[in-house]
Design a protein around this ligand. Sequence first.
Ligand SMILES: Nc1ncnc2c1ncn2[C@@H]1O[C@H](COP(=O)(O)OP(=O)(O)OP(=O)(O)O)[C@@H](O)[C@H]1O
Length: 239
Amino acid sequence: MVWVIEVCDLSKRYGRVVAVDGLSFTVRPGVVTGFLGPNGAGKSTTMRMMLGLDRPSGGDVRIDGERYRDMRHPLRRVGALLEAKSVHGGRSGLNHLLWLAQTNGIARSRVRTVLEQVGIADVAGRRAKALSLGMGQRLGIAAALLGDPPVLLFDEPVNGLDPEGVVWARELFRGLAAEGRTVFVSSHLMTEMAMTADHLVVVSRGRLLADTTVSEFVAESGTDSLEAAFLRLTAGGAR
Ligand SMILES: Nc1ncnc2c1ncn2[C@@H]1O[C@H](COP(=O)(O)OP(=O)(O)OP(=O)(O)O)[C@@H](O)[C@H]1O
């Protein structure tokens, strides 16, 4: 199947810490897949390895059959927002996106399109460090969307967004999936995840705990909410 993310027996050690421990799962197009786990479960490490930013100690991640670092125009195939701010504070959001477009063979006209799509066109000339946390997140989402990619990864994307922004992001992710894209979103906000995701990949201590639909996950736990199901499954699992 095209545009699947295949995580195969993935591991990452940092000295004596095993951050990711033999993880295997597949993320499919057309649905929002939520990536859940307690603090320190290995979510960000897994996402960094998906993007070739961290080298696996074992195993592999392939997106549409290829490793991210081998892709010729990666931003046109995989868009990503990671937790850390990746924009130079002294540079404006507009210039940051123009630079990304130019260095990745993306039409300049996409910059205006994504700025409008994320609702920050009027502040795009401001220096990134003058943006609020929520605006910074929107700029990061704009960068992920810039190449119009079929695969999108978002690590804790609603951090810093106000309630209106959270609803907006949810609709955005669901809309991107409805267009047939592969959308993978990590979060520790259970209620939000219950409203956003169709499918769930749940990890704890770097290991896979569940890979199932949201409704099955809740039903199989014998509880009545995603939060209760998650807490039952991960009890004692946080580092
Ligand atoms: N660069 C690093 N060097 C050493 N240890 C690291 C490094 N990055 C992550 N770790 C450790 O790996 C484990 C997994 O961390 P990771 O950030 O991937 O978890 P997470 O699920 O994203 O957690 P959170 O929700 O708190 O962000 C943690 O024990 C963390 O301390």
